[in-house]
Design a protein around this ligand. Structure first.
Ligand code: URA
Length: 245
């Protein structure tokens, strides 16, 4: 059923959107802490259409989203896992209700890597975007310790042999931005892939930032540590990227 035709009680809506147990959501409404589409709602059984539903809880504004599709500008020294070992988790940068909904990041970045990461609670979307079958290209801005030579670029484009891989792996594209910085496009997301490929050409990664996934670029105005909902056009572009065979 499309969200357009669907109606649900406010108690269920809040529960589905990650605001706690049904009982807790009921109490929020009865305690007059919830407004819906601009009006106070104190009856937890009142039903609302889900399309374009705006609500506030304790004064904080929210919009109904059937599923969560987010992008984040990952900072350094954050880990992409729910249970972290040495650093805070990137999920601590999201509002608690989104984490409650069970969002996962799509492909992990190393703790010292910054840049674009996608986060969702839609299992099919996560699978499509991360499956090696669909080869969604990712672009990395790589700052190298030593000046990058044309031979090194040619080597990356021809393919480098990594330990534990059967065949050499080549970047889809590799362009020099300045002596020490290259942009590298990869079709795969293997463990430490950029760092291992750069090590294989006798250089070393000093800083790594993901700047593009499929057609989606890291927006200039999304600051380090910030996140935002994907727009309908971001999602359409990514859905098309996820259809690649
Ligand atoms: N390649 C790496 O080496 N690290 C990342 O975080 C992403 C790609």
């Amino acid at each position: 059923m499309s969200a357009m035709a669907k109606k649900l009680s406010i108690e269920r809506i809040l529960h589905n959107q990650g605001f706690g147990s049904r009982k807790l959501c009921r109490i929020l409404v009865i305690n007059e802490e919830v407004t819906v589409n601009g009006e106070l709602c104190d009856d937890p059984d009142t039903t609302f259409e889900l399309e374009n539903l705006h609500y506030t809880i304790k004064g904080e504004a929210w919009v109904y989203h059937e599923k969560s599709y987010l992008m984040m500008h990952k900072p350094s020294n954050y880990e992409c896992s729910h249970k972290t070992q040495h650093h805070p988790t990137i999920y601590s940068l999201l509002p608690h209700p989104l984490v409650e909904r069970g969002v996962q990041c799509i492909g992990r970045l190393d703790e010292d890597t910054t840049g674009l990461i996608l986060i969702s609670d839609d299992g099919q979307f996560i699978h499509r975007m991360s499956s090696p079958k669909h080869k969604v290209p990712k672009v990395y801005e790589v700052t190298c310790k030593h000046a990058v030579s044309d031979e090194q670029i040619a080597h990356i484009l021809k393919g480098v042999q990594l330990v534990d891989e059967d065949a050499p792996i080549a970047a889809l594209a590799c362009t020099k931005i300045n002596d020490h910085v290259i942009h590298m496009t990869l079709a795969e997301g293997k463990y430490h892939q950029v760092k291992r490929m750069v090590a294989a050409i006798s250089n070393r990664v000093e800083a790594l930032k993901r700047i593009k996934i499929g057609r989606l670029e890291l927006p200039q105005d999304l600051k380090v540590g910030e996140w935002r909902w994907l727009s309908a056009s971001d999602l359409n572009a990514l859905q098309a990227d996820g259809q690649n065979q």
